[in-house]
Design a protein around this ligand. Structure first.
Ligand code: TXA
Ligand code: MG
Length: 341
C-alpha cells in the first residue's frame, strides 16, 4: 500500500472519507499522533490491532468531538464524568465509562467499558466533525515502541501499512493523555498525564465531589490499587530499540562507574539538567529542565537517539514525581531498565 503524508489542511476531507469507508488514517492530537479508525466498524478496528501488532487484550481509546457525542458511546455519563469533561475537554484527558453496544466490543478488548477522549488539536477535532464518526485511535506506533509526536515518526513506522498520514506539526504536549477510570465511586488514575492528580482533585472539589483520587503515588493520591485495569500499563512500553537504562542524578557515582566500565561502547546520553561537566558520550541530548518543555521534546529526543547506532542509551530519571514529572517518570520507567550496579 502506498502511504501519502499530506498537510492536514489540504487532506482533511480525504481523511474523513477514508474513515467513513473503514480505512485507517494517522492524525495529530495535542498529546501524540493517533492511528484512527471508525469505532463502530469491526474491520477497521481489526486492522488497527493488526497494523500496530497490538495484543488483543489491550483496549483502544475512542475519540469524540464533544460531550454530546461522548454520551452516545456510554450507558451512563455520570455527574462526575460531566463535571470532569467540562473542566478538561477538549484536552489530554481520557475517561473510562460503561460502554454502549454502538462501540464494538473489540475496541475495548471485550471489556464492558470504553475509554473516551475529546482531543484539543484543531485537526483532530475537524476530522471527528467531518467524518461524523467516533474514532478509535491508539498512538500511531508499533506496539511497545515510543509514541510518535511528529508525522515523520509515524511515517518511519507505518509507511506502506496505511493510506494516509495527516501532518499537523509536532505535538504540543508530547506525552499520552491521562487515563482515569470512573466506573467506581472513587476515580482511579490508570495512566498519569498532563492532567495531574492535583488538577483532578482540585476540579472534583470545585464541582462539589469528594476530592479523593486513587492512582500512582503522589501528594494528592491516597492509595495504589493493585488490580489490573489498564492492560497497556503493565508491559514494557514506550521503549526505544537500543537497550536503555535509567539513572538518577542523586546516584551519579553509579553512572560514572558504568561509563568507566563501558569501554568502547557507543553510549547515548539523554538528560535534562545541565551539569557543570557532562560526561563525554558519543551522543548527548539535553532536554529543558521545565517539565512541560521536557515532555514535549522527550519522545523526539528518544527516537532521534535510537537512530544513532548507539550500543546503549543512558536516560536521566526524575527524582521528584509531582505534577507532569509523574507522567514523565511513568513512561521512562517502562521504557528503560535500572542501571546495573
Ligand atoms: O493521548 C492519548 O491518549 C493517545 C492519543 C492518540 O489520543 N492515545 C493513546 O492510546 O495513547 P493508546 O492505545 O496508545 O493507549 C491507551 C491506553 C492503554 O494503556 C489502554 O490499556 C488504556 O488506555 N485503555 C483503553 N481503553 C481502556 C478501558 N476500557 N479500560 C481501561 N484502560 C483502557
Ligand atoms: Mg500507545
Amino acid at each position: 500500500m502506498l502511504t501519502s503524508l499530506k498537510p492536514a489542511v489540504s487532506a482533511l476531507r480525504q481523511a474523513a472519507e477514508l474513515i467513513r469507508a473503514g480505512e485507517l488514517v494517522a492524525f495529530p492530537t495535542e498529546t501524540v499522533y493517533g492511528l484512527g479508525g471508525d469505532a463502530g466498524n469491526i474491520s477497521a478496528i481489526e486492522r488497527i490491532y493488526q497494523v500496530k501488532g497490538r495484543p488483543a487484550h489491550n483496549p483502544l481509546i475512542v475519540h469524540v468531538p464533544d460531550i454530546a457525542a461522548a454520551q452516545q458511546c456510554v450507558t451512563t455519563f455520570s455527574p462526575m464524568a460531566l463535571a470532569l469533561a467540562r473542566q478538561f475537554w477538549p484536552g489530554p484527558f481520557t475517561m473510562v465509562l460503561p460502554r454502549k453496544d454502538r462501540i464494538c466490543p473489540m475496541v475495548s478488548a471485550g471489556k464492558n467499558t470504553v475509554a473516551l477522549r475529546c482531543p484539543q488539536h484543531p485537526v483532530a477535532l475537524a476530522l471527528l466533525r467531518e467524518s461524523g464518526r467516533p474514532i478509535a485511535a491508539p498512538s500511531a506506533n508499533r506496539s511497545g515502541y515510543t509514541s510518535p509526536t511528529t508525522a515523520a515518526h509515524v511515517a518511519a513506522e507505518l509507511s506502506g501499512l496505511i493510506p494516509l498520514i495527516l501532518d499537523g506539526g509536532p505535538c504540543r504536549v508530547g506525552l499520552e493523555s491521562t487515563v482515569v477510570d470512573l466506573t467506581g465511586t472513587i476515580p482511579v488514575i490508570l495512566r498519569p498525564g498532563a492532567v495531574t492528580p492535583d488538577m483532578l482533585a482540585a476540579s472534583l472539589a470545585t464541582a462539589g465531589f469528594p476530592s479523593a483520587v486513587h492512582g500512582p503515588s503522589s501528594r494528592s493520591v491516597t492509595t495504589v490499587p493493585e488490580e489490573v485495569k489498564s492492560p497497556g500499563q503493565l508491559e514494557s512500553h514506550y521503549a526505544p530499540r537500543t537497550p536503555a537504562y535509567r539513572f538518577s542524578i542523586s546516584k551519579l557515582d553509579r553512572l560514572q562507574r558504568y561509563l568507566r566500565q563501558a569501554g568502547n561502547q557507543r553510549v547515548g546520553l539523554l538528560c535534562w539538567e545541565q551539569w557543570p561537566q557532562l560526561p563525554a558520550c558519543a551522543e548527548t541530548r539535553v532536554l529543558p529542565a521545565e517539565a512541560s518543555a521536557c515532555a514535549r521534546e522527550l519522545y523526539i529526543a528518544l527516537r532521534d537517539l535510537d537512530t544513532r547506532h548507539c550500543d546503549v542509551l543512558l536516560i536521566q530519571y526524575p527524582e521528584a514525581m509531582d505534577g507532569l514529572w509523574l507522567a514523565i517518570g511513568d513512561r521512562l520507567r517502562r521504557a528503560t531498565k535500572e542501571l546495573p550496579l
